[in-house]
Design a protein around this ligand. Structure first.
Ligand code: GTP
Ligand code: MG
Length: 248
């Protein structure tokens, strides 16, 4: 085993965290999911297109100001796993099997490709069918906002997001615009939900990353904050060195 592989394995096995949160990147093939993740983790753009086969994940370690009962914040260690899925139809049955572990979903389309925008509703049906609850936290993302010629306007994207009652971001993996902000917005939604579940279940829900708990499953109506912005100060740690890639 190489030193790098050993480091990666150690990162995955590191259990020194308060919460393990799993996000899924979904959307048609070519919308930029892998580039989005690469930009988030490495701060770089990969222009080469290699379609993802199956699923991969990357791990990011964060210190997060978590709200306490008394209204104060306390720092919690969060291990954020972001799962990158293959958009190609032929991998759908495989990738769907992972949806249930997702605590939040980044649903991406390409603003330069109308077909990928139309596919958003189909992805939503699949998320609602397969996720741990009927009403999971989802952010709609129009990626490739750097493109000169667009097939989907920002207004169309926002209209769809408003109709679906989910936040909308336009991002560019090429320039990095809004990548961190959109992940943080989803993190905030999920942490808010975790917080409300923990109040109900006295701190057991989601602990150890078990999103399939009965508490979580029963929760379809937790109030959600529909906000397109996030206080990025709440994320103190952007350590890109602490990551691990795994193929499954
Ligand atoms: P699958 O793995 O098949 O599901 O595709 P994917 O969604 O992971 O697409 P990927 O990230 O591999 O990107 C597909 C192509 O789009 C690549 O050629 C990228 O360089 C390009 N791309 C991704 N993001 C952007 C972006 O923000 N702007 C521009 N201009 N191109 C992008
Ligand atoms: Mg990919």
């Amino acid at each position: 085993m190489s030193m790098q592989q050993q480091n990666n394995a150690e990162e995955v096995l590191d259990s020194n965290y308060d919460f393990l949160i799993k996000f899924m990147l979904l959307g048609d093939s070519g919308v930029g999911k892998t580039c989005f993740l690469h930009r988030y983790m490495e701060g770089e753009f990969r222009s080469r297109f290699t379609a993802t086969v199956g699923v991969d994940f990357r791990l990011k370690k964060l210190d997060y100001d978590f709200p306490e009962d008394d209204g104060a914040d306390s720092k919690k260690k969060i291990h954020l796993q972001i799962w990158d899925t293959a958009g190609q139809e032929r991998y759908r049955s495989l990738t769907k099997a992972f949806f249930r572990d997702g605590m939040g979903f980044l649903l991406i389309f390409d603003v330069g490709n109308l077909e990928t925008f139309h596919a958003v509703r189909e992805w939503l049906v699949e998320i609602k069918e397969e996720a741990y609850c009927e009403n999971p936290d989802i952010i709609l993302i129009g990626n490739k906002k750097d493109l000169d010629s667009r097939a989907v306007s920002e207004k169309q994207g926002r209209q769809l997001a408003n109709e679906l009652k989910i936040p909308y971001f336009e991002t560019s993996a090429a320039t990095g615009e809004n990548i961190i902000q959109s992940v943080n917005a989803l993190l905030k939604l999920v942490v808010t939900r975790m917080r409300s579940l923990m109040i109900v279940s006295q701190g057991q829900a989601y602990r150890t990353g078990n999103s399939g708990s009965s508490d979580a499953t029963a929760d379809t109506n937790t109030p959600r904050e529909i906000s397109a912005s996030l206080d990025t100060d709440s994320r103190r740690d952007e350590d890109t060195s602490a990551n691990t890639a795994c193929s499954c």
